[in-house]
Design a protein. Sequence first.
Lengths: 295, 186
Amino acid sequence: MLEIALRAFLILIYATFVGFMFMGIIRIVTARIHRRVGPPIYQPILDTIKLLSKKSNITHGLIYDFGIIYALGATILALMFIPLGNISILRAYGDLILITFLLEIPMLGIMFAAMSSGNPWAGLGAQRALLTLLAIQVPLGFAIIALAQFYGTFSTYEIVMAQQAGGWSIFHLPLFLAAIAYDIVLQAMFGKEPFDIMIAPGEISLGPMVEFGGKHMGMLQIQHAIALFAETLFFANIFLGGGSILVLLIKQVAVLMIAIFIGAIFPRFTIDQAAKFYWKWPTIIAALGAILASL
Amino acid sequence: MVDWRLFEPLFNYARKKSLWIVAFCTGCGGIEMPPLMTSRYDLERFGMMPNPAPRMADLFLITGYVTPKTLKRIIITYELQPDPKYVLAHGSCPLNGGIYWDSYNAIKHLDRYIPVDVAIAGCMPRPEAVMDGIKKIMEMIENGTADGWKRYKENYEWYKKNQDELFGEGWREKEARRWIPWLKKK
């Protein structure tokens, strides 16, 4: 019992630290693409310390506080279900649908908090985020179905084990198509550029984040770090073959780099364009993958 | 209970190294911000970011002259920011009016209405001068002398008296009624 708690704690520390490093990498690589020097890699940690050490803190009621905790809790729960080398604690119960669902829950928590603040920008951002969430469901569902169909199981752990024997998922054509669709979806889950419609700084003033300040925003930074780690980890596990912690870390950075490069060179879609895009191209690709996998 | 004063040097270092700016530009100094933020001078080296939301911002740049109409927004935005917050005034206009010294519609002394931590002289200050001012405010944060937010709390009566003299009593409520739909009344 104590050992499991200790392992959970270590996973949490590791995920938070690596997530913050990922946020730093995002900022540095974007800066280098802009031909700037960029901040140091530990900058997000400093930002979080600063936000948590704010002397005054504004709250808008119970739901406002609860939404943040809800988002953080759901992210941590999702992290525990994803296989992480051989130290993960709930990996045997990690269901594909469960994990994808848990990875989207945090957005709902942030929505609760943002909507309860009563700020019009937050309401607008929440609306956009929910529509994005709706748009990514369709290709995501097809990609998951393609995986489940190909391996004949919904268990993430068994999929990782099958990949150890039969090669990475992306080397099989149907799953390669599913991986492309999933990677486009990942862009929206990270909130990176072509699909950062819900936060859109300069357009709707960070959308749902507009009213968060001080400790609430600090918690959201931690949540964002863990979510970044969990999402890349999930992709590296189901499509890139899993492995030990170190191998996984390299694969995660590779997934992250693709997202950064796409994010740094593309402008932003409007919400209707994004929904149309998601319901057309990734859906077709993922559906094709699912059909090929079932043949 | 943890004694958080022990961590105060760490907090001050973090505050110094991660100043988020409110994207609120008044007057002509706003045009100095794009070269500062982009690849020419790149303020992100020091962890500074322009931030559209006042709730998570620390540094407020008053970039140029201030009219009474802008001052209302400045005061409201300043009060929205959470507590260790710093104000950096650009150019001579917020100091003494600058070339608008005899204008009926410009504020002559900004520090009568909100506390100013660092003022940069010049009309307009070049990006190098702004970076010098930012370096100064970083030093002041580290040794704890950037205490504008404390002064605003302690001398709130005085600041409020000056603001009310300019705008008339109850201007906040009137302003809020104009912009917030559910406060609107006949």
